[in-house]
Ligand binder design. Structure first.
Ligand code: BGC
Length: 442
């Protein structure tokens, strides 16, 4: 059997990604805590509750785990509603708390990547229209200024907004996220405001910290025409790709939001990315469906022979990772894989998913595309939004009742990758032998 190691460039960032509402616990002042109170919104009526109790101090033990497992970076997010609990109030104690956590990362030898907005909005903001309102971009920039002032001593890598495309799609088109609307036109308005918010945040960050690197984390979804011979499938897959994947990075490149049938100019957004963050999980197959206008007339599904995750939420489709990076490379920016992972409570699939996706990142690195790091989603099982606790994405398992953590085998595989700065045939033999011949053809 061939023996080899796929090495990554020196200084490559290896980490995990987390988000405030999903790990902190005790968030009661944002739109998601209100959403969790509404019947029927969250799987089995579950709540984020104590989450992983990071706000209570368990971030320490989890970051210890990450550092001991060879991770040299961590991506976390800040909770706007903690830092600015009311329009006229800034909470210095919350900022201090975040300083302690981010300093804790640096002390553990991990480069912090800080997300300023990861799906949640303060309740007071929601009450005045949230991102539907023209006023929100400036309010966001004011919050970003405060946060960056407080943390700039320790952090210089910033994601302004996580997955603005998922925020818009899930909140304003499919309605699974708050505010639960189904209105494409409103979605376009929200997208334009998110672009304005990003542009103002980008300017605020650079005004405070000249060497900062700022960008977004985009959810890249592959859309594969279901029937290659049917032009309509290709057409709707192309429309979904343009609306879901392209609108934001294009707007941050040339200041134009291209909604295909209409365009909005936000000139100040041009050239406001220092890197492009790519969150990749899976690819969809798309078939023309005349009765689904909100889906751009496409029905999305996984093929019958797909390698599906625990609840069927994701298909293990590593080629899509390469495709995502090839597409992202087209923007001519440094790239970071800001999320990639799979829900898999018994860790039956995760080792091969991890090995296969890291292998695809390595392939892309070998084209000399400027890929700077990989952040696995996620460190410990955490609150999965409308899916509650039904999906387990952690390298460590969490017992939500007792807060006990238990390491999954994938954590050891990922530790080996991080320590070696590469993926070896010995690792694959040990943790994911079923894909050995696929990754190391003889
Ligand atoms: C989001 C995370 C989420 C993950 C898995 C990503 O789209 O950024 O917050 O937990 O998907 O569902």
């Amino acid at each position: 059997m061939p023996q080899a190691t796929f090495y990554f460039p020196t200084g490559f960032l290896w980490g995990t990604a987390t988000a405030s509402h999903q790990v902190e616990g005790g968030n009661t002042n944002n739109n998601w805590s209100a959403w969790e109170e509404q019947p029927g919104r969250i799987h089995a009526g579950e709540r984020s509750g104590l989450a992983c109790d990071w706000w209570g101090g368990r971030w320490r033990e989890d970051l210890d785990r990450a550092a001991e497992a060879g991770q040299n970076a961590h991506r976390m997010s800040l909770e706007w509603s903690r830092i600015q609990p009311a329009p006229d109030r800034w909470d210095e104690a919350a900022l201090d708390h975040y300083r302690t956590i981010v300093r804790g990362m640096v002390e553990r030898g991990m480069t912090p990547l800080i997300t300023l907005h990861h799906f949640t909005d303060p309740l007071w903001l929601t009450e005045q229209g949230g991102w539907e309102s023209e006023k929100t971009p400036d309010l966001f920039a004011a919050y970003v200024r405060r946060a960056v002032e407080a943390l700039q001593e320790y952090a210089s890598l910033w994601v302004t907004i996580n997955e603005p495309n998922v925020y818009t799609y899930s909140g304003f088109i499919s309605g699974e996220f708050p505010p639960g609307k189904h209105d494409m036109g409103l979605g376009f308005r929200v997208m334009a405001n998110l672009v304005r918010g990003h542009a103002r945040a980008y300017a605020a960050i650079h005004a405070l910290q000249r060497h900062a690197r700022a960008g977004i984390a985009l959810h890249y979804r592959g859309f594969v025409p279901a029937r290659r011979w049917l032009p309509l499938d290709g057409l709707v897959a192309g429309v979904q790709h343009r609306l879901f994947n392209q609108v934001f990075p294009r707007a941050l490149t040339d200041g134009t939001l291209d909604f295909i049938t209409s365009r909005v100019r936000v000139p100040e957004a041009a050239h406001t990315q220092d890197f492009l963050g790519v969150n990749y999980f899976t690819r969809d197959h798309v078939a023309f469906a005349p009765l689904l206008p909100l889906q751009a007339f496409g029905r999305n599904f996984f093929p019958a022979d797909a390698d599906l995750s625990g609840t069927g939420y994701l298909a293990n489709d590593p080629e899509g990772m390469f495709e995502a990076l090839r597409w992202a490379h087209g923007y001519g920016l440094p790239l970071v894989v800001t999320e990639n992972g799979v829900e898999d409570a018994n860790d039956g699939m995760r080792p091969r998913y991890l090995a296969q996706h890291v292998h695809q990142v390595w392939r892309a690195v070998n084209f000399n595309w400027q890929i700077k790091g990989y952040f696995h989603w996620s460190l410990v099982d955490n609150f999965e939004w409308e899916r509650g606790w039904s999906q387990r994405f952690g390298l460590w398992e969490l017992d939500v009742e007792t807060q006990a953590r238990r390491k999954r085998p994938s954590a050891d595989l990922y530790a080996a990758i991080c320590r070696e700065n590469g993926l070896s045939s010995a690792m694959v033999t040990r943790y994911a032998p079923e894909v050995y011949s696929n990754l190391f053809p003889g």
